[in-house]
Design a binder for this molecule. Structure first.
Ligand code: OOG
Ligand code: MG
Length: 264
């Protein structure tokens, strides 16, 4: 299996860098969920070896809307690296993505290291700030189709993100309205309550998952809580914004001059 882990990690890393999709692995090479996380770490190690560094983690499938959209029903997590951050309010080039989708999220900034399983009460003491965020997910698999093991191996489709201004207003975060607009029209709307009943619960789950993996997350890390609503495909020229009630806004525009080349 070790050679398979290295081989699959390399293929996924190459697919991400070249923006060329590949076939799912789980159909041909069966691997366990534990092995999928090993592949994820091995592919991130390749990026770190080339000078990238981790800035935190993301949770996936923390809402019913996302589970149903993708046909996957387990909470998953992956790594965020410094090169994934796109400028808030900036211009995004689709050329570095395969078939990107955008989804509305909230992002947390940790104040203390997450080094043990935390309760919901304890989590608040570990968080410095919250921000509205947009996550750009981009599966490295053809047609954005995958099994649970495939998507975990693929670092949970992590590809890009924008983070709006940090806020220390946590009141009402358990049921804050979320609206994502494409070119000013509402594309997805919901509530942060859709994220495990309270997005702070994403941190509770993160603390347990990190502990089980014998990992610690240093203070000053980002944690993306997972999307409250389904993801929407990006296209050249579109302007995307998210508004999280009482937290704030984040937005970006996609360059209009990329031909929208499909690799499928
Ligand atoms: C996997 C990533 C899921 C979320 O917020 O639920 C995720 C995918 O949908 O491709 O980021
Ligand atoms: Mg997400």
């Amino acid at each position: 299996m070790n050679t398979d882990i290295a081989r699959i990690a390399e293929a996924l890393d190459r697919a991400a860098r070249s923006a060329e999709p590949l076939a799912q692995f789980s159909g041909s090479t069966a691997f366990s969920l534990d092995d999928a996380y090993r592949i994820q770490r091995a592919s991130m190690q390749r990026r770190y070896a080339d000078g990238e560094h981790s800035i935190g983690i993301k949770l996936g499938f923390t809402s019913r809307a996302k589970m149903m959209q993708m046909g996957v029903d387990s909470l998953i997590w992956g790594w965020l690296s410094n090169t994934m951050v796109e400028e808030d309010g900036g211009l995004i080039d689709l050329a570095r993505y395969i078939h990107p989708r955008v989804e509305p999220e909230v992002c947390f900034l940790t104040r203390r290291a997450i080094d043990r399983p935390l309760t919901l009460l304890e989590v608040s003491n570990h968080v410095e700030a919250v921000a509205p965020a947009l996550e750009i997910i981009d599966s490295r698999y053809q047609a954005f189709k995958f099994s649970l093991e495939d998507v975990v191996a693929d670092n949970c489709s992590s590809a890009g993100l924008t983070i709006g201004p940090w806020s220390s207003n946590f009141s009402g975060l358990d049921n804050a309205g979320v609206v994502m607009r494409l070119d000013g029209r509402v594309a997805q709307a919901g509530s942060t309550a859709a994220i495990l009943g309270n997005p702070l619960r994403s941190l509770v789950h993160a603390s347990r998952l990190l502990h089980a993996a014998e990992l610690e997350l240093p203070a000053g890390s980002l944690v993306m809580a997972g999307a409250a609503c389904a993801a929407v495909a990006l296209y050249p020229g579109v302007h995307v914004s998210v508004d999280v009630h009482s937290v704030g806004q984040s937005s970006f525009s996609v360059r209009g001059d990329h031909g929208g080349v499909s690799h499928e």
